[in-house]
Design a protein around this ligand. Sequence first.
Ligand code: DGL
Length: 261
Amino acid sequence: MNERHFDHQLSRPIGVFDSGVGGLTVLEALRRALPGRDFLYFGDTARVPYGSKPPELVRRFAWEISGFLLRQGAVALVVACNTASSLALADLARLGVPVYDVIDPAVAEAGRYRHVGVIGTRATVASRAYQRRLEARGQRVWALATPLFVPIVEEGLWSDGVAELVARHYLEGTPEDLDALILGCTHYPYLKPLLQRLRPGLALIDSAEPTARAVGRSLPAEPGRGLVVHYVTGDPEAYRALAARLGVQAGDVRKVELGAL
Ligand code: DGL
């Protein structure tokens, strides 16, 4: 096989992608679960949000980004986006590398609860990806699309009054007897403190840790250096600043032109 040359020095990296910064919740859990492993993170910040777009468009974006990550040497992919996980997984299974989603791990994590709520983007909720899986396990499911949470996080407003106003609005109709609520969008864990304050006692489940454990169990250890290269389609500086506010020091951030995908 020919030696491939990439524009980075990473060793057999895992490619992780999302529409924006939401997937960083998954990336950080992956880095804890696989210390020393190298990662490529792709945030499609010029085209966020995905959740209000037609399914075929989200599938195309997921396909383009996956192709890009494979060309950059990714040896496995983590679809750190519930919207893309619910719509594009069957396509990505044809790529010939291991592909991990964020839905199955969250469903498994919710396994011990009887009545489970799911909040996610319009596309995720409409796809019924969570509802089908939970119902197949005999669990009662309640689902609600909560799309405004995505721009709230992308605008850095997760601890602002506007976040509380929107959260109160969405939580108003939550059934009283819910045992657990799945945060079915990777942006939502940043709102966990707020949601927990508004609904104390409700178990909040997100995909980050269970996904990282699932990937860690199935991929062999690799001798990387724990490095990450971030690719974004929007403004790299705005991304770096937002990531820093979310506790992620994104040192190496590169701009990808949409035309290059
Ligand atoms: N963070 C993504 C998800 O898990 C996408 C949100 C969006 O772009 O609408 O669904």
